[in-house]
Design a binder for this molecule. Structure first.
Ligand SMILES: Nc1nc2c(c(=O)[nH]1)N[C@@H](CN(C=O)c1ccc(C(=O)N[C@@H](CCC(=O)O)C(=O)O)cc1)CN2
Length: 292
């Protein structure tokens, strides 16, 4: 078997085309959706991701506000910038690029974001609303990477109803929140969350209809761990420098041989990453639409 590729570049391009029309409709009403990012320090990967967010937002007609602070910025410096963006009517949604330098209190910073402008959907109020609401319509921003995983499957006609999804990794941007979406009544998946404390992880992986690998461990998921025909979404990223060329190389959590066993495979790069950016922009457009 050779897996069907879940192409995140194609799916995210389709989302951007849909968003372009929604942005134009809002702009015609006098509301141009505005996205902002806060980048603390000069981590090259974070700079790359923030650059992508601004280029793509501007390309679909959004306003974009790029704010940067030095790596030695204090907690007070970051919180003052958060307060500024909370009060700025031109900014409908924003993110603080993660990870933050270690001396900063990430939880306190994320909690200071106005929940209505929380473009990552990671504010405790928004996650709490998702915990409480398993059925009704959602009027809050949703976590971008989990939403991107689900959109990538649905846009490839993958039916999640009754499926067993095994998530690997309990990080805040995906592992801890994806189950809140997958177990809602409209999707009806069953979710197992595994992590570094899980005993005999391959036992869980082999039972999975869907594997969401978000551990950040190069080629952690091997072909022998995957049930034939399963859908495998490769989210984790490991960066290495090529010793010969000095270039930065990107590796996912999924070993290349998995493509011979899986029924569906999202590549990395080119899978969930582009979806994360597309769903971030969706969150900001939806925040602006709530004001219209
Ligand atoms: N505040 C947040 N911080 C971080 C998040 C997040 O969702 N919110 N997620 C990641 C980084 N991230 C978005 O910020 C992100 C990661 C990867 C991609 C992407 O499109 N990658 C390309 C490859 C690019 C390359 O490395 O060459 C791909 O997968 O094709 C977009 C966004 C951590 N921080």
């Amino acid at each position: 078997m050779t897996a069907k590729i879940l192409d995140g570049k194609a799916a995210s391009a389709a989302i951007r085309a849909e968003l372009t029309e929604r942005v134009a409709a809002l702009t015609a009403k006098g509301i141009t959706p505005g996205i902002a990012t806060v980048l603390v320090g000069a981590d090259p990967a974070s700079q790359l991701y923030v650059g992508m967010k601004h280029r793509q937002s501007e390309a679909i007609g959004m306003n974009s506000i790029q704010r940067e602070l030095p790596a030695d910025a204090t907690q007070e410096d970051v919180e003052a910038l958060i307060d500024e963006l909370n009060a700025d009517p031109a900014c409908h949604g924003y993110i603080v690029q993660l990870p933050l330098p270690k001396h900063l209190d990430t939880d306190a910073i994320l909690e200071r974001i106005d929940p209505a402008k929380d473009a990552d959907g990671l504010h405790p109020t928004n996650l709490g609303r998702l915990v409480l609401n398993v059925n009704g319509p959602i009027h809050t921003p949703l976590p971008c990477t989990p939403r991107g995983v689900i959109e990538l499957l649905l846009r490839n006609d993958y039916d999640l109803q009754g499926k067993h999804v095994v998530v690997v990794g309990r990080g805040v941007t995906i592992g801890r929140s994806i189950g809140l979406l997958l177990t809602r009544r409209d999707l009806n998946a069953t979710v197992t969350l595994t992590h570094t404390g899980t005993v005999d992880m391959p036992r869980y992986l082999r039972e999975a209809d869907v594997i969401v690998a978000a551990a950040g461990v190069k080629h952690l998921i091997r072909a022998e761990d995957v049930k034939p025909g399963a859908a495998v979404l490769d989210v984790g990223v490991t960066r290495e420098t090529d010793p010969e060329t000095g270039k930065s190389l990107v590796f996912g959590d999924v070993a290349p041989e998995v493509a011979e066993v899986a029924g569906y495979l999202s590549p990395n790069p080119g899978g969930v990453g582009p979806m994360t950016v597309a769903l971030l922009m969706t969150n900001v457009v939806e925040a602006a639409e709530r004001l219209a």
